[in-house]
Design a protein around this ligand. Sequence first.
Ligand code: DGJ
Length: 748
Amino acid sequence: MSIVYDKASGLISLHTRRSTYQMKADELGFLLHVHYGGRLADADDLSGQLCLVDRGLCGNPYECGRDRREYSLDVLPQEYPCFGTGDFRTAALHVRSADGSRAAQLRFAGCRTEKGKYALEGLPALYGDEAEAESLIVTLRDPASALEVELQYGVLEDLDVICRSARIVNRGDGPVVLEKAASFCLDWPFGKFDWLTFHGRHAMERNMTRQGLRHGVQSVGCARGASSHQYNPFSILCAPDATETAGECWGACFVYSGEFLMEAELDQVDQTRLVCSIHPDDFAWTLAPGESFQTPEAILAYSDRGLGGLSRVFHRAIREHICRGPWRDRRRPVLLNDWEATYFDFTGDKLVSIAQKAAELGMELFVMDDGWFGRREDDNGGLGDWYPNEEKLGCTLRELAGRINALGLDFGIWFEPEAVSEDSGLYKTHPDWAVRVPGRDPCLARNQLVLDFSRRDVQDHIIGELSGILAGAPISYVKWDMNRSICDKFTASLPPERQGEFAHRYVLGLYRVLEELTAAFPQVLFEGCSGGGGRFDAGMLYYTPQIWCSDNTDPINRLDIQYGTSFCYPACTMGSHVSAAPNHQTGRTTPLSTRGCVAMAGCFGYELDVTRLSPAEQAEVRGQIACFRQYADLIRLGDHYRLRAPEEGCAVWEFAAPDGSEALVQAVYTRVEANPVPVHIRVRGLRPDSRYRVEPAGPVPAGDGAPDRGWSPLPAVLSGAALERSGLTLPPPRREHQSWQIHIRLCP
Ligand code: DGJ
């Protein structure tokens, strides 16, 4: 049993394969957090570790009376602490009652278990059937206000994760306003931690930062209407000595695509608290009597096998229990996207000539990006009018798709459904559908406005428009883009006192539209995008099993971006393309082999005018595609090991078959020096007692691949033990940004 509740003591333990999460409803009825860490025995009760000491000026619950018992919510670890009643740390719940008071205090009122993983209506959530998951629902109640909170815990024992969410119900007879409703609070009564967060900007997303926690509250989050380029809704707390391969780590992944806040607090007695919520700055949700509010979900995981071990838990959880639909388990097509090949400057014939070359080279899908519809000649207008510009295409959309199909390629298309331009027919007909504050000029970004997705009529319109296009032509792929942050938040559909619901209602609307479209067109592969990776989160991955990782296609920058992304998200979710050299974002020239190597560590594709490739480059592209096909399953399903970070002068990573039968090591030199210090790596995930053949993988580009200086360690035959304990020395670089791919397979 993965959930054990001892009614007599109030102790609840949730067990996964390698972790235990423990809480206790104490004699005053408070639900205290006891432990989240290594797996315990059922009989282990760690609540004795909670230290009751009078801390001075830390208040006591009323019923303690003269017997203060050194009991204070201000220092006790809790499952769902409330603002206003004696815990002065970061709270999970802030409420405003009808009388204006802002206090709540929750007491344990019972719990129940359910088979299978609970689902959340209208929200993405990790899924698991009765054989895979059990759920615990703990009911807490505020005796004074009749507010009820159901804490939901999904326990996936084999997957090694625990999911958390909360449902807040107003059982009173007056309205209550939720000002903050966290998805979880996690307390550590002792221990020192580093905090790993992932910050960035457009075209440079998810840079990892690791910092020791200091006293006070530190946070990451955003109120831009989306999870954002700036901070990813994922973070890790780990022991200061944790490495890639060893040490205790705890990860929290918010399954949400909107505004969020993750707060880490080191308190006065060196206890640590992590709280994750919809961003409260932009949130105020009114609950009328009887109404409830469901928070988004967070996935929690613990690993004592270092950061790499933790990442692999999240990779599996996202790949197998967040991503859905037929594309979850299929190799994704090698695509050619025309964006960096043509931008807005194309005709139907030009696209077909690029597609023809793409087909000759072995690609499988042609994607027509921005510029095919309405009066969209550049990125200043036309958004919202989702009818093909037949004059520009020289034919109907169906005919164009047919011409592409005739080349042996599938056909895909770009949309930006959440946006609208002021010069569009849609805006002229429905100016009130654009998000803006009445009487105030709206803030423009890329000269566009945002459609009010919190409105049902807007959602229905977009579902209708996109359904018409998808049903009207053989379209097998959709790139769902969104190219601005949301401000001027206001919706005509809500009264003044409920405008604080807009940001979350927008996300709920987005999820509804995506749910309807993906259900109606299950065979269509949807790729998420938001100016690249501005909404790269587990919420979007529930609907779109891959996301364009970044608008930056420079392979050297991509190493950092994909490295940071890999802490939570598996390679099979990262859209990654080979583009032209010099690169359009950085001006840097890199070898085609390196661009191929980096793009292969994701959903592989091309984004350049392939008609301009030299014969030698074309041959190399053919070889890259053949190589990718050979290793696609290993990359998609293999265990991902980060062997060296890009900042170490040579980025190295590996995909190992879960059964240890083979591995692919990919390496890119990010720095080249005279008289180089050898780069040495230990290969992971192999069978120690088996023998492996180690050889270069991938096409050997002319003048690029063979090591010089008369030295090469490859090919070799070595045992798994030797490859893990001693390892491999990589051939030194002959020139800047050289890459290596090494295939390791069991000897027959
Ligand atoms: C931003 C995306 O990230 C790009 O790949 C491209 O689709 C453009 N939008 C098109 O406007």
